[in-house]
Design a protein around this ligand. Structure first.
Ligand code: ADP
Ligand code: MG
Length: 741
């Protein structure tokens, strides 16, 4: 690589030694570092809403209208900017400690907007003067008096000359301003000036990572041109092309990293060959009480293809609740056991591990297979016995929780690891699992097959990122005998009708779940709430019925007893907290009542609902909300965005049972970190890619990465060398995500 002269930024006009230190805190030391500090967003006259246009958007987006919004039009927490002149301001003293500042802005579009500061009102009162031009950015709302209303927005006062530029149609870049910048007097205006000097200095040399042929094929701007455009775009078309390039590049580097890391693994690892039609597998197929769905058949095809490949399987099996993943895994398990290897089945909770144990015992009855259980709550003596049977190889299927992978457990011939209902299982956790499995294995370079099963449908973008190193199989359909679940949002005033319906269903032999939200923070309080609620129903409206209770504070075997009783129809009604969320399978239960449903997350509601609709009977899910909620609840305590989100969640539940659709909506509402439940290590930190809006770029990057590696597996061709270097650096900067310490 050609060595560049690296210019230090303190020599740029407007920077100097003191501010250079502030920049250094953000990792910016040289001209080249600074050059790639790209704007966060842009403001221009054409794309920026006039206040009148914004008022219209907000009107369509308000709570009353949300009922009619199409899901693909949901624009949640979208940032808007406006530019206008301050025509009035007023500082009001509420009391000795509290002041409110209102600023009124006009942009000549016919509608004025109001800005409110409850905090630092004095400060902003001094900073903003009547006649100033302001760029206001934030999340506007509409209220009774002002159609457009920003609370605590980001403000930028722009000067006369920039105002002129802007009037002529210039696009103004806006940079991220860390606190340190603000304190050192580095504002947007200064940054724009610094960048002007930087670009015109001609002292930036950026390395091109993308091969020339790719740039031409995809018509992407080269790196230096791209840099210039991003700081000073002439028009939006050019800007879009430049933004596309940096996102695409990021996507490509990410996918190349994932794929090449996996390739390295594959080269060094051998997978066990597992045959397809072993004796017991054939027998199992013959005795199956139902026909497999096409999705289940396809999943088995994928799995057995992996088993035959000589490479270890690394597969994610996604399928909505009730799509029948367990049966699929059982067929694979039988084949592995028949080949003489052990199978570890890991469930997220002891309750589920227990349930799987029973399912296996039931389905494998008469197969002469030794199934053991390993969970955290076991007595030491029992645990020791189980440990011995695992290390001796006597135990063939080991069903348990993460206790399976504790350091004192040694497998004899582990051939297959299944991780059930685990949507928090990113690349780094998998690396951990592999390390543990390896350690426990009879031959160091043989890697057990692994199958991760998840009933939490994950949007495609997230699958390609968080699980980008896994092969993916999706079971789309549900078994044929299932009827769609009816879902209804109900208000307190209709409680009696619902209760009557529940009674009539129970009278015809069905069972019902009541789920109570975890309202209280303290576990004791929560227990009290659930217990009180249980007493109330049991002694009150359902006194003629048999009512059971299941909550998180019970010991695992107590939970198991409660579930058993419900399964054996000794209870008509089960009052539960969210412990029944995952995996529980009781086909006779057809009613799910969720109390205070507006408090639950969308994925959680969907999971809970999945507990019903598992047999041939029609099932119903009632989502109770308070009377005042009525799809446009107004409560001063709940923030508007949260109210909207609650409305959208309930509406989504009523409108669809498609888990993938639900997960897409959930992604928009909560963002990727919360959807996956892995804010830190589970997600890559993308600088430019937005996981919500850039699905196409992510999948395109994956495709190009695959093509590149097909053509040049080690990226050793001359034109790919810079790219290879960039991939190495990328992996290095994301060690935590990639699970390499
Ligand atoms: P999940 O994918 O949620 O783990 P399960 O494997 O627990 O689903 O299956 C749910 C229920 O459906 C189980 O009782 C199972 O025996 C049953 N089942 C699985 N596959 C079929 C099928 N093809 N036809 C009918 N019922 C099935
Ligand atoms: Mg399951």
């Amino acid at each position: 690589m050609a060595k560049h002269i690296e210019y230090e930024i303190q020599y740029l006009k407007g920077v100097g030694p003191r501010r250079a230190e502030v920049f250094a805190e953000e990792g910016i030391k040289t001209f080249n570092d600074l050059a790639v500090y790209f704007p966060r967003t842009y403001i221009d006259r054409s794309s920026m809403s006039s206040i009148a246009a914004l008022a219209k958007i907000l009107k369509n987006d308000n709570e009353e209208n949300l009922r009619n919004v199409k899901f693909n039009e949901i624009s949640f927490k979208k940032e808007y900017s406006i530019l206008g002149k301050v025509i009035n301001k007023k500082l009001t003293e509420i009391n000795r400690f509290k002041k409110i500042l209102n600023i009124i802005i006009s942009d000549g579009s016919g509608v004025n907007c109001k800005i409110v500061f409850f905090n630092r009102a004095d400060y902003f009162d001094k900073a903003v003067e009547i006649g100033n031009y302001l760029v206001v950015s934030g999340y506007p709302e509409n209220d009774k008096f002002f159609e457009v209303n920003f609370v605590h927005p980001e403000l930028e006062i722009i000067d006369e000359s920039e105002q002129e530029l802007y009037q002529k149609g210039a696009i103004l870049p806006k940079y991220k301003l860390p606190d340190g910048f603000v304190k050192a007097g580095i504002n947007q205006r200064l940054l724009r000036k610094i960048f002007r000097d930087l670009i015109s200095s001609k002292k930036i040399i950026l390395d091109e990572t993308l091969p020339e042929s790719l740039l031409q094929e995809l018509k992407l701007p080269g790196v230096e041109e791209c840099c210039q455009i991003l700081h000073f775009p002439d028009n939006f078309q050019i800007l879009e092309a430049a933004r596309y390039r940096i996102k695409f590049e990021e996507s490509l580097l990410f996918q190349l990293s994932l794929i090449s890391l996996r390739k390295i693994q594959e080269i060094t690892e051998t997978g066990l060959i597992i045959e397809k039609n072993t004796e017991n597998v054939k027998r199992f197929y013959k005795n199956l009480p139902f026909q497999l769905t096409q999705g289940q058949i396809n999943a088995l095809k994928d799995i057995f293809a992996d088993f035959a490949s000589g490479k270890p399987m690394n597969r994610l099996l996604q399928g909505d609740v009730g799509s029948g993943k367990t049966i699929v895994s059982m067929i694979a398990i039988l084949a592995v056991v028949d080949m003489g290897y052990q199978v570890a089945f890991m469930a997220p909770t002891e309750l589920l591990a227990e349930q799987h144990l029973h399912t296996f015992e039931k389905f494998f009855e008469g197969y002469n297979i030794n199934i053991v259980q390993l969970v955290g709550g076991q007595k030491k003596k029992l645990r020791d016995e189980v440990k011995v049977s695992i290390v001796s190889g006597e135990a063939q299927i080991i069903c348990g929780t993460h206790a399976l992978f504790q350091s004192d457990i040694n497998f004899n011939k582990l051939g297959f690891v299944i991780i059930d209902e685990q949507h928090r299982f990113g690349v780094s956790q998998r690396a951990e699992l592999i390390a543990m499995a390896k350690k426990s294995h009879f031959t160091a370079d043989i890697m057990p097959h692994s199958l991760v099963m998840s009933a939490t449908p994950i949007p495609r973008t997230l699958t390609m990122t968080a699980y980008g190193d896994l092969d993916v199989t999706v079971i789309k359909e549900r078994p044929k005998n299932r009827k769609a679940i009816l879902t209804k949002v109900v208000y307190e005033q209709n409680r009696d009708k619902v209760n009557d319906y529940i009674k009539s269903e129970i009278n015809s032999g069905r069972q019902c779940y009541f789920v109570y939200p975890l309202v209280e923070k303290s576990e004791k309080m929560e227990l009290k709430a659930a217990t009180e609620y249980y007493e109330e129903l049991k002694e009150g409206i359902f006194r003629d019925y048999r009512v059971g209770l299941l909550h998180g504070q019970m010991l695992w075997y107590e939970k198991e007893v409660a579930m058993r009783e419900f399964l054996d129809k000794n209870f008509d009604i089960l009052i539960a907290t969210t412990v029944i969320e995952v995996g529980i399978d009781i086909p006779n239960a057809t009613i799910m009542v969720i109390e205070e449903a507006d408090r639950f997350g969308l994925a959680q509601l969907h999971q809970l609902r999945g507990r019903v609709g598992r047999g041939e009977h029609q099932s119903t899910c009632f989502l109770f909300t308070k009377n005042h909620f009525q799809y446009h609840m107004k409560s001063a305590k709940i923030d508007l965005q949260d109210r909207k989100a609650a409305i959208i969640r309930l509406k989504a539940m009523e409108e669809t049972t498609d888990g993938f659709k639900i997960s897409e909506i959930d992604l928009k509402l909560r963002g990727p970190g919360d959807v996956l439940g892995t804010r830190q290590a589970g997600m890559p930190h993308f600088k430019y890619i937005d996981l919500i809006t850039d699905a196409d770029i992510i999948s395109f990057g994956r495709k190009i990465a695959q093509n590149l590696l097909k053509d040049d597996p080690k990226l050793n061709k001359v034109e790919n060398i810079p790219l290879k270097r960039a991939v190495k650096a990328y992996i290095n900067s994301g060690k935590e995500f990639f699970g390499i310490a």
